[in-house]
Design a protein around this ligand. Sequence first.
Ligand code: GDP
Length: 187
Amino acid sequence: MTFVISGDHVDKLPPTEAEVAIVGRSNVGKSSLVNALSGRRKLAHVSNTPGRTRLLNLFRLDEGGSMMDLPGYGYAAAPKHMRDKWGAMIEGYLLEREGLEMVVVLVDGEIGPTKLDVQMLEWLRSHDLPHTVVATKHDKVKSSKRSKRKQELAEGCQLDVGDVVWVSAHKGVGIDRLRGLILRWLG
Ligand code: GDP
């Protein structure tokens, strides 16, 4: 996976044939996951570079196709006009990007879907945008509690339990499965 470019508007990005976007609230584990998927430390560094965390970050996959790392939503502390700007940037991208095949919505597997996550899912559904929920931090939940938690995660997202992919960037759980899904979505 190679970093291509950052932009503050969908119009400034080069076109791609097929793209998967990753979105989630800040601290959900997005850069750790991008890092684990790529198998390279440098990339997470790229998307964690100050300034870039609030931009649309485009990566190209070695296997073909692209991945969009969207800025984390829900910086509650940010001034309203800045939150509005991020919202408009993310919405503009999701509604206008050609070749967008799948939106991966990250949900914290330890704490479950937040109100903002649910809002994001409802918004994607209202616009008929293909999306998949990926729960993070699998290793943070005790193995005896995982089955119940997975059910809660699915219910909170109004999905069937089999539709939630659960990963751990730290332990590598589910990473190969998610990589396989991404390649399938990219055709
Ligand atoms: P981002 O803000 O969504 O990019 O989130 P980060 O990748 O920076 O992760 C936020 C916090 O969650 C950091 O303290 C990470 O170490 C932690 N984290 C991310 N993924 C995992 C995971 O799979 N397991 C555990 N235990 N912690 C994780």
